[in-house]
Design a protein around this ligand. Structure first.
Ligand code: CTP
Ligand code: MG
Length: 221
């Protein structure tokens, strides 16, 4: 089966506050988007990559990414952007959805997600245990519960799906979701987890970017 990776990169990066869309911030001279695409291709298990960027960046990104990478315009919510990517991947048998913001994701994690799909799993997400205790709160900030930490996991990308399962989930989606597997869950679909990787952290705020820069300076990249 053909593996297509969708890379949502059309967000504004409000929490990072860099003044430009987050996917175009650089680490060692490469954009987060480019690093993410290179990581996917380096895995050796991805046949095609579709990146989804802000509409006013499509032409520029087309000239900057390797040949064979498709570039389409995203939308207001991440869900809209992934939907645009899905429309550009009619040839996929297996789909990965991978945040451009997870620029240091090791290719080995990509390969493990695809291996799980090839073993017959319809939906798979990489996860890590959570370090902090997590509480639920109401609109006033009053604690309403403390889920047992041992049962909680922080979810990363790439998330992997059989194409038919992800397409059905998006066809049924009536509101936005913060991750793609969540839409599959809403349809009652079974989502498996595999161990994630700390390097697949999402660059969300300034401290995450500082961490990424420190890792790049000292790491083997
Ligand atoms: N994304 C997207 N289209 C959107 C919103 C987000 O393609 N309308 C992408 C982002 O570019 C990012 C990934 O989804 O690669 C994860 O989203 P997030 O980390 O929230 O990025 P931003 O939405 O850009 O950041 P913020 O929420 O701080 O504005
Ligand atoms: Mg966002």
């Amino acid at each position: 089966g053909r593996v297509v990776a969708l890379v949502p990169a059309a967000g504004q990066g409000v929490r990072l506050g860099a003044g430009i869309p987050k996917a175009f911030v650089t680490l060692r001279g490469e954009t987060l988007l480019r690093l993410s695409v290179d990581g996917l291709l380096a895995s050796g298990v991805v046949d095609r990559v579709v990146v989804i960027v802000p509409a006013d960046r499509v032409a520029e990104v087309r000239t900057e990414l390797p040949d064979g990478v498709d570039v389409v315009a995203g939308g207001a919510e991440r869900t809209d952007s992934v939907r645009a990517g899905l429309a550009a991947a009619p040839d996929a048998d297996l789909l990965l959805v991978h945040d451009a913001a997870r620029a240091l994701t090791p290719p080995d994690l990509v390969a493990r997600v695809v291996a799980e799909l090839r073993a017959g799993t319809d939906a798979v997400v990489p996860v890590l245990p959570v370090a902090d205790t997590i509480k639920t709160v109401d609109a006033h900030g009053v604690v309403t519960g403390t889920p047992e930490r041992a049962e909680l996991r922080a979810v990363q990308t790439p998330q992997g799906f059989s194409a038919s399962v992800l397409r059905r989930a998006y066809a049924a989606a009536e509101s936005v979701a913060t991750d793609d597997a969540g839409l599959v869950e809403r349809l009652g679909g079974r989502v498996r987890t595999i161990p994630g990787d700390p390097l697949a952290f999402k660059i969300t705020t300034a401290i995450d970017l500082a961490l990424a820069r420190a890792l790049c300076d000292e790491g083997p990249w």
